[in-house]
Design a protein around this ligand. Structure first.
Ligand SMILES: Cc1cc2nc3c(=O)[nH]c(=O)nc-3n(C[C@H](O)[C@H](O)[C@H](O)COP(=O)(O)OP(=O)(O)OC[C@H]3O[C@@H](n4cnc5c(N)ncnc54)[C@H](O)[C@@H]3O)c2cc1C
Length: 435
């Protein structure tokens, strides 16, 4: 058996774990990251597949220079990364067979006016949206769709919001509560324009890895955590497996990036408060769906471009790209009618119909589906629905969660995972002098 000692063990090298480790390491704490897979980054990196870079999940910095991932890179003085703002990328909204081109500013008003029957409806919609955003946030007891139905039955308006909600939240407008959606929308209105990484998000993980290692931290891949050691209500370290051997790491703090349910499993249910267990059971439910990467000989959509379509059965957003080596790529994801129970086979059939309808020239352009992946269970779009905020602290002292299972209010995805890391590290620094 091998033994190690450090200030903080981080279980999992997703964006949340890596941001936490980089922040700790560059503040002088000894951090060790253990990752069960042979690669680091979790759902925030990419792999090579048939000559293409295929993301394991995320592929852009959602809130541009206001993004917690971007802030982390700046705060830890990470090596510079090649990225471009998506402000220059045209956005098209397809509603009732008509394409509307976004002009930049006043985005929400533009969308609302395209979907409205007349100016009176557009003014009414803007007024209720503003009130819900900046005055009285609707509660979590009503779905967004039901909330909207109080004011309008205009199908195009409902479709437009379904399209935005599916793209941002990975859930449906009839599943997400009105409160959850307005918290997300608020974040979108104050966030910056997304950044696209020239070489993909792996550059971010590589930069964080450099920071961790150059600050004395360690990262072990192929090293699954087997147990979180808890004594007298406080964490003491982690037992992992490395090259078939038991590795015991003594630590003052443990940060789990494996998701709140896995954290409980590793720590043993009996060690957690009942109220905490109940909260995790009730709040942690994955946002699931299917992601597609389409390639073609001739471009299906001028690139770069973002096409939101409210006309199809499922598809909400197509993003086109032309790679530096001249490849045409279109990415999209589809959210099933119920993100809790669905048939991937049926969803795929619907996707093929939607694809044909959106790109009638698909075959003539030499279009083919490079990869179709069902993101669910332990590898979902998001580990909890955005807007469902679970605390980063567990009921066990010095045992924290980071990642998209515990996203602070207003953020989504990898950005929210990075923000959870910032909150956790700030709490650690305030509570203890580890170094
Ligand atoms: C198709 C798709 C597109 C997306 N697009 C975007 C986007 O453009 N921008 C964005 O910000 N977000 C996006 N997201 C969401 C984003 O990918 C996730 O929210 C984010 O990556 C989650 O990070 P995390 O910190 O929760 O860690 P995870 O990615 O969940 O990583 C957790 C890590 O823990 C490891 N682990 C688990 N158990 C153990 C154990 N016992 N021992 C050791 N290691 C363990 C896992 O192997 C994994 O590497 C997208 C997601 C999907 C699926």
């Amino acid at each position: 058996m091998e033994r190690k000692k450090c200030d903080c063990v981080i279980i999992g090298s997703g964006i949340g774990g890596m941001c936490a480790a980089a922040r700790l390491a560059c503040s002088g704490y000894k951090a060790i990251v253990i990752e069960r897979l042979p690669i680091i980054g979790g759902r925030y990196t990419q792999i090579e597949y048939k000559g293409y870079k295929v993301p394991t999940g995320a592929w852009m910095i959602l809130y541009g220079e206001n993004d917690p991932v971007y802030h982390t890179l700046v705060d830890v003085k990470a090596p510079e990364i090649d990225m471009v703002a998506r402000s220059s990328v045209p956005q098209i909204y397809r509603l009732n067979g008509k394409d509307h081109h976004m002009k930049g500013r006043g985005a929400l008003r533009d969308m609302i006016s395209w979907a409205s029957k007349d100016k009176e409806e557009a003014d009414m919609m803007m007024s209720i949206l503003k009130r819900a955003l900046w005055w009285y946030e609707p509660p979590d007891t009503i779905s967004f769709d039901d909330w909207l139905a109080q004011f309008t039955r205009n199908k195009t308006m409902h479709n437009l919001f379904q399209c935005l909600i599916a793209a941002w939240a990975g859930a449906n407008s009839w599943e997400l509560t009105a409160g959850q959606w307005f918290r997300i929308l608020k974040g979108m209105t104050v966030g910056g324009k997304p950044f696209i990484l020239k070489n993909g998000v792996k550059d971010i993980i590589d930069a964080l890895e450099k920071v961790i290692k150059s600050s004395g931290g360690e990262i072990f891949t192929k090293t699954p955590a087997r147990k979180i050691i808890i004594e007298d209500g406080a964490v003491r370290g982690v037992v992992a497996e490395r090259e078939g051997e038991r590795l015991e790491i003594e630590a003052k703090v443990v940060i789990s990036n494996a998701g709140p349910k896995k954290t409980i499993e590793l720590g043993g249910e009996d060690n957690f408060d009942r109220a905490y267990l109940r909260e995790v059971r009730e709040k942690v439910r994955a946002a699931s769906g299917i992601d597609y990467m389409i390639v073609s000989d001739k471009p299906l959509l001028e690139a770069p471009n973002v096409l939101f379509t409210a006309d199809t059965q499922r598809l909400e957003c197509f993003v086109s790209e032309r790679t530096a080596d001249g490849k045409n790529i279109v990415r999209t994801a589809s959210v099933p009618e119920s993100t809790i129970l669905y048939s991937p086979k049926k969803e795929y059939e619907i996707f093929l119909q939607d694809l044909k309808e959106t790109f009638p020239d698909f075959e003539r352009c030499g279009g083919r589906i490079l990869i179709a992946r069902n993101f669910y269970g332990d590898w979902p779009f998001y580990r909890t629905w955005p807007g469902d905020c679970l605390t980063t602290k567990t009921s066990v002292e010095n045992l924290y969660n980071v990642g998209d299972g515990v996203i602070p209010e207003g953020w989504v995805g990898g950005s929210g995972a990075a923000e959870s890391a910032r909150v956790v590290v700030e709490d650690i620094q305030a509570r203890m002098k580890l170094g």
